[in-house]
Design a protein around this ligand. Structure first.
Ligand code: ADP
Ligand code: MG
Length: 559
């Protein structure tokens, strides 16, 4: 037997590891299972190069737990380790890696968010003792048994292990016994290991026989080793994308579109992004993009990796090139991360543009479910605006759709102010403003329906982007100023009549400030609207903005 001291400088690093990563200590399972996957993949590679000539056999990783003993065991049939390798990779390298990591981040606990980097030693976050049994794939190798109780001392000795590969046995600490429960482990595997590329089994599949649940011989594989995003887009059908979406979000409505991401230069990135239907606030779900690193789940908080508006999308991004073990502020300035988000934004706008061009009807049909997302992008990302302004749509009160350019051409000749400013008339409530809309139409004007949650800030922005243009909500004020194109007439009250009316209204409705009253008379002489209450455009927008900001808590830095 060999006894030794793990080469460390800190007196006892394990309590530190435990304390630092307490809130995330369940990630130990991801670390150990991904090591098992790595070992298996390495063996596959050796076999494919002809450097391993033995039988690969069944490569399924087995996870077993024993509630009574309080143990959890992870067994792979990968390359295994010789005693020398174990000494090097576990005693020296893995440990010094963990040590460096803690040294680096000890003053900045918040920085430890990416989780990666602790690897094997994260086992000590949940175990009071860890054992390794390993038999290398190399011919004539002897099996080795390593054990360590969380102090810097370990023991290492030869042992009997007939099967190639590695078993890691965790003797769970008293406050971590839950990790010996099957359901707990199934839950964690589903979260972190659902799409790993090697089959992972927890016990055997069961079936019901004569009212009793009995075990079959078939391993209970819990992961999908070839998730959709790893396949070639040409081999996939629409139904495959929809099916995968249902797997990820069983409760969600069908997605509107999707994009299959696939790039290997200048960085590696694969994934599928879905456009969900967003019709109201209730449909806004953030944290629906999952970030993977070589099929290992990392996080579903992708802010700072993709532009904020893209976090409204759903799906999966898989990239080994996103640095994971660093703080968020670092992520923001990382060049790779910048490139990745530029790439994704470009892909998203290209795809939307493609759908718009190829099938405008389909695009229009989906517009209402898509517009919140596009508007948010227009408002928050100038680069996206430059592209999306070509396919973003206006919808008029008749339900007809126009691109921004088309609409300008439509109203150019007719809808101008006395000083030549283009007037975009809009309503935010077709019912409430019905009579004004009618009046505007009677004067020959087109009216847009802008009733979306972001339409208020959008209008302000478009006013600044469009040349010599003004957006006006259809109301009494606006109608008055329109150059009439039909014979509608206005009948004004005299000053005395107006004053009397003002008093009467003020008594009933305290907010009334108007001093002048008028009646719109249609050509036939009937009063179109007996009474008109108006509010200035500015006041209304201010109110709407603050309501949106308070209600949505949705964008912090909207212009
Ligand atoms: P990393 O996986 O980032 O290299 P870890 O601390 O997770 O760091 O693991 C350290 C090393 O220990 C691995 O690189 C590998 O050489 C070895 N190792 C860990 N687990 C296994 C295993 N199940 N089979 C074979 N080697 C392993
Ligand atoms: Mg590892």
């Amino acid at each position: 037997m060999m006894k030794g001291n793990i080469g460390i400088t800190t007196e006892n690093i394990f309590p530190v590891i435990k304390k630092f990563l307490y809130s995330d200590h369940e990630i130990f399972l991801r670390e150990l299972v991904s090591n098992a996957v790595d070992a298996t993949q390495k063996l596959r590679t050796l076999a494919s190069k002809g450097e391993f000539k033995g039988e690969l056999g069944d490569l399924t990783i087995q996870i077993a737990m024993d509630e009574t003993a309080g143990t959890l065991t992870i067994t792979d049939r990968g390359i295994g380790m010789t005693q020398e390798e174990l000494d090097k990779y576990i005693n020296q390298i893995a440990f010094s890696g963990a040590n460096d990591f803690l040294e680096k981040y000890k003053d900045d606990a918040n920085a430890i968010i990416g989780h990666f980097g602790l690897g094997f030693y994260s086992a000590f976050m949940v175990a009071s003792q860890v054992e390794i049994f390993s038999l290398s794939h190399q011919e004539g190798a002897k099996a080795v048994h390593w054990t360590c109780d969380g102090s810097p001392e370990f023991t290492m000795e030869e042992c009997d292990k007939a099967d190639r590969g590695t078993s890691i046995v965790l003797h769970l600490a008293d406050d971590c016994k839950e990790f010996a429960q099957k359901n707990k482990i199934l839950e964690l595997l589903r979260k972190y290991c659902r799409f790993l590329p090697v089959p992972i089994a927890v016990g055997k599949k069961t079936k019901w026989e004569e009212g009793k649940e009995v075990e079959t011989d078939e391993p209970n594989v819990v992961n999908d080793t070839e998730p959709l995003w790893t396949k070639a887009p040409s081999t996939l059908k629409d139904e495959d994308y929809k099916k995968f979406y249902r797997e990820l979000y069983p409760m969600a409505d069908e997605p509107l579109f999707w994009i299959h991401l696939n790039v290997d230069f200048p960085f590696n990135l694969t994934g599928v992004l879905y456009f969900p239907q967003i019709k109201s606030n209730l449909d806004v779900h953030r944290d629906r993009i999952q970030l993977y690193c070589n099929q290992v789940f990392v996080t579903d908080h992708v802010e700072n990796i993709v532009p904020d508006f893209l976090t409204l999308l759903h799906g999966v991004i898989d990239s080994p090139d996103i640095p994971l073990n660093v703080s968020r502020s670092y992520l923001q300035s990382d060049a790779n991360v910048k490139k990745i988000s530029t790439y994704i934004m470009k892909k998203v706008s290209d795809r939307l543009n493609e759908i718009f061009k190829d099938d405008r009807k389909d695009f229009e049909e989906k517009w209402d479910g898509l517009k919140l997302f596009i508007h948010y992008g227009l408002l928050s990302e100038p680069d996206f605006y430059d592209k999306a302004a070509k396919f973003a749509l206006f919808k008029d009160v008749e339900g007809k759709y126009f691109t921004y350019d088309e609409y300008r051409d439509l109203i150019k000749a007719e809808q101008t102010d006395k000083d030549g400013t283009l007037v975009y008339l809009y309503t935010s409530d077709k019912e409430e403003q019905y009579s004004y809309i009618q009046a505007a139409k009677d004067k020959g004007y087109s009216v847009l329906l802008l009733d979306g949650q972001l339409d208020s800030p959008l209008v302000s922005m478009l006013e600044s982007k469009f040349e010599k243009s003004r957006f006006s909500r259809v109301d009494g004020d606006t109608i008055e100023r329109l150059i009439p194109k039909t014979d509608g007439q206005e009948v004004k009250f005299s000053a005395t009549e107006s004053a009397q009316l003002a008093d009467a209204f003020k008594a009933a409705i305290p907010v009334v400030e108007k001093k002048e009253f008028h009646v719109m008379v249609e050509p036939m002489g009937e009063a179109a609207m007996p009474v008109v209450l108006t509010q200035s455009e500015y006041m209304r927008r201010m109110k709407e903005m603050s309501a949106i900001q308070a209600g949505m808590g949705f964008y912090g830095e909207m212009p």
